[in-house]
Ligand binder design. Structure first.
Ligand code: ADP
Length: 340
């Protein structure tokens, strides 16, 4: 599809250049021929009488009308050959340059379409897994004539888990499209980073308690120009991961503080850590590193950190991670401080 679009665009560029080139050649041809005709008609000879100091200019008697026509035809022929030759060179150069430029013009569009295709493929794949599980469980239950009430309840509970997974996926997808496509529409104001992070801690605390994980807070007031909801979301993602990828009884530390002109959010855990080979990819959509070091199975879609990155980008903040497998990770987000 992109190859044919590239060729069409090249032909379009070529057409524009050729129209200009042919029009210019026509103009050169006409003006040259008019000048040549005029010059030939006025062709003259210098005459000087023997012993006379004066030189006279007279029409050339040897240059008859027939000779003029002959010379003109020859000039016309030469000019036409040169113009055709020049135009052929222009076609060649413009064709190659046009093909190159068309490739350059279409490359970002091609990448965007490829990304979109990959995204749709990955999202469908993520949806297919819980849907297949749901379908299989329901089909098996329907085929069982002696299904007891307890078994039916167990089945519905399991179904609900699959529905939860799909709901969480659709929430992530919605968040992703919101933060990736509407940079300008999201309103920003002066907010206290520590307040939004506190909201995030409150959200995650319950899951942390269930896992026996304590969240230690060291939240200092520091102002940034940001969208409050998305900052809470960013902090929730980091805290949620810190809890998710830590084993029972560990500690998560969350800090906010000012550092020069920057406001820093830091989330540190004592969890399973991330291998150096996985680190460059964890912010990619649908990327999930190997979590087999975790004692419990960790659910996820590989979208949290890409949303966190989009939110950071939206605020011109940077997000980076340091991690030691088996020891834990530190995620740091650096914002521009709001100094009034
Ligand atoms: P998800 O957690 O749903 O898999 P994320 O985009 O939030 O997706 O994270 C991508 C991957 O990065 C995770 O699959 C996990 O392997 C790794 N990861 C993220 N946060 C942590 C953390 N705090 N500790 C260890 N690994 C992490």
């Amino acid at each position: 599809m992109f190859q044919s679009a590239r060729i069409k665009l090249t032909l379009f560029y070529l057409l524009i250049i050729m129209v200009i080139s042919v029009a210019f050649s026509g103009f050169v041809y006409r003006s040259f021929m008019i000048d040549a005709e005029r010059g030939l008609r006025r062709r003259a000879v210098r005459v000087q009488a023997p012993g006379s100091p004066f030189v006279f200019i007279q029409p050339d008697p040897d240059f008859s009308f027939e000779t003029q026509i002959e010379v003109l035809n020859e000039l016309r022929q030469q000019l036409l050959t040169r113009l055709v030759f020049i135009n052929l060179i222009i076609v060649g150069c413009a064709g190659s340059a046009g093909y190159f430029l068309a490739g350059k013009t279409l490359a970002p569009i091609e990448k965007m379409v490829d990304d979109q295709k990959r995204f749709i493929g990955d999202a469908s794949h993520e949806l297919r897994t819980p849907l297949t599980a749901l379908r299989t469980e329901i089909e098996v239950a329907l085929l069982d004539p002696k299904l007891s009430k307890d078994e039916a309840k167990k089945l519905l509970k399991s179904n609900l888990e699959e529905v939860d997974k799909m709901q969480s996926l659709s929430n992530y997808l919605l968040a992703l499209s919101k933060y990736e496509n509407s940079n300008q529409k999201i309103t920003k104001e002066k907010i206290d980073l520590s307040r939004e992070v506190k909201k995030a801690t409150n959200r995650v605390n319950l899951i942390a308690q269930e896992k026996g994980i304590t969240i230690k807070e060291n939240l200092n007031e520091v102002f940034i120009h940001a969208n409050a909801t998305s900052i809470t979301e960013l902090a929730t993602i980091l805290l949620d991961n810190a809890v998710k990828y830590s084993d029972h009884g560990k500690q998560v530390t969350v800090k906010t503080y000012a550092k020069g002109k920057q406001a820093v959010l830091e989330v540190k855990d004592q969890g399973i850590g991330i291998n150096a080979s996985n680190l460059p990819f964890i912010f990619n959509r649908f990327y999930r590193a190997d979590t087999s070091r975790s004692k419990t199975k960790v659910d996820g879609h590989g979208l949290g950190l890409s949303i966190a990155k989009s939110i950071a980008d939206m605020h011109k903040a940077t997000i980076h991670v340091e991690s030691t497998p088996g020891k834990g990770s530190v995620f740091t987000v650096n914002f521009q401080r709001f100094i009034s």
